[in-house]
Write a protein that binds this ligand. Structure first.
Ligand SMILES: Cc1cc2nc3c(=O)[nH]c(=O)nc-3n(C[C@H](O)[C@H](O)[C@H](O)COP(=O)(O)OP(=O)(O)OC[C@H]3O[C@@H](n4cnc5c(N)ncnc54)[C@H](O)[C@@H]3O)c2cc1C
Length: 317
């Protein structure tokens, strides 16, 4: 059976939904294992096992998290060889894609990014041209590296979980020798909202909010959603750049994307077009955003969003 390695960059204190999604896909392709770096808490390890991880690979050098992508790719290449893996799955984040590219070069492996579904034979379905088309591709190399968009599958636990063995992977000394090192970190203040890339619901605002993200944030909080933004809004400094969705921002695939005061430029659509349901609120009936919306509301967001928030709060008691 094919060995499938799921890369989890710094698993943190709680199980990430994206990791469970990757393990769910991995089980359809073969025998899943996890390669991680950083700390792995006991309950996170147990959760990974419940989703099918049969082995946990960790780097012999414990401080890889203090480096940028280079050493992580070297470690992952060593982990692939130790595990005898023929498929590697990673997150479709900017860092995940860069690690995948470097891994591809190191192993001579085919790399497929922006994957939205994987068939059991390894054929990947990939979103291309700003989400306008879905293509299929299959790596013909002995090792395939796939980066998978969040929310591509619903995470499902394995029928039987086994206690995974932990295997230490020797990281070559050269891996960290000439690499830039992170010397300081400052913790971002927690918003209490879900992570934008993983969120099931995203409420996003654009230039139409005119500097006031309050109604967008209120609706997001009523729905337990993440807050996103167009580049016009982030460039204006109304919200941080980490909220930007689009070609030069984050790619999201939530179950529900609510777009308010966003015109739907192609670069913006590139980041959200694969959302399952799109609701657009725009006062211009001719706005291109309505071309991709499943539901459209022609109206002023400052009237529509507060009404929606009030109604949702009322129904939720
Ligand atoms: C290389 C490149 C990369 C880019 N990458 C990105 C990217 O990653 N993400 C991104 O978003 N953009 C990106 N852009 C910019 C993109 O082309 C658009 O300029 C941008 O998305 C526009 O943002 P917007 O829709 O918020 O603003 P606008 O296009 O100005 O649209 C504002 C909309 O709000 C509506 N509106 C105004 N007031 C209200 C109201 N009170 N109620 C309801 N509706 C209202 C208007 O009718 C209008 O449709 C990129 C551009 C380039 C060239």
């Amino acid at each position: 059976m094919a060995k499938v390695l799921v890369f989890i960059d710094n698993p943190g204190q709680a199980l990430k939904k994206s990791s469970l999604e990757l393990l769910t896909i991995a089980r359809t392709l073969g025998e899943p294992a996890v390669a991680f770096n950083g700390e792995l808490h006991e309950d996170v390890a147990a959760g990974l096992a419940a989703y099918g991880a049969q082995a946990l690979y960790r780097p012999s050098a414990t401080d890889l998290d203090d480096y940028l992508v280079g050493p992580k790719a070297s470690y992952l290449a060593a982990a692939v060889q130790t595990a005898g893996a023929s498929v590697v799955l990673a997150e479709n984040s900017a860092e995940g894609k860069e690690i995948a590219a470097r891994l591809g070069i190191k192993l001579g492996a085919g790399v497929i990014t922006d994957v939205v579904a994987v068939d059991p034979d390894g054929t990947a379905h990939k979103s291309v041209l700003a989400g306008s088309y879905t293509t299929t591709a299959k790596a013909t190399t002995p090792v395939a590296v796939l980066t998978v968009k969040s929310n591509s599958v619903t995470p499902e636990p394995a029928v039987t979980g086994t206690a995974p063995e932990t295997v230490s992977v020797e990281v070559p000394e050269t891996a960290t020798a000439a690499s830039a090192r992170i010397t300081e970190r400052s913790e971002k203040a927690a918003t209490g909202r879900p992570d934008l890339a993983d969120a099931r619901i995203v409420v996003a605002g654009g230039r139409g909010v005119d500097g006031d993200f309050g109604p967008v944030e209120d609706l997001a909080d009523a729905l337990g959603a993440a807050v996103g933004a167009s580049r016009a809004a982030t460039d204006a400094g109304w919200i941080g750049h980490d909220a930007q969705v689009g070609q030069t921002g984050k790619t999201v695939s939530p179950q529900l994307f609510i777009s308010a005061g966003i015109s739907g430029a192609i670069q913006q659509k590139a980041g959200m077009q694969t959302a399952k349901v799109i609701v657009a609120i725009n006062k211009d009936a001719e706005s291109p955003v309505f071309e991709i919306a499943d539901f459209g509301i022609i109206g002023d967001l400052f009237k529509v969003l507060p009404q929606a928030t009030e109604e949702i709060r009322k129904r939720r008691g």
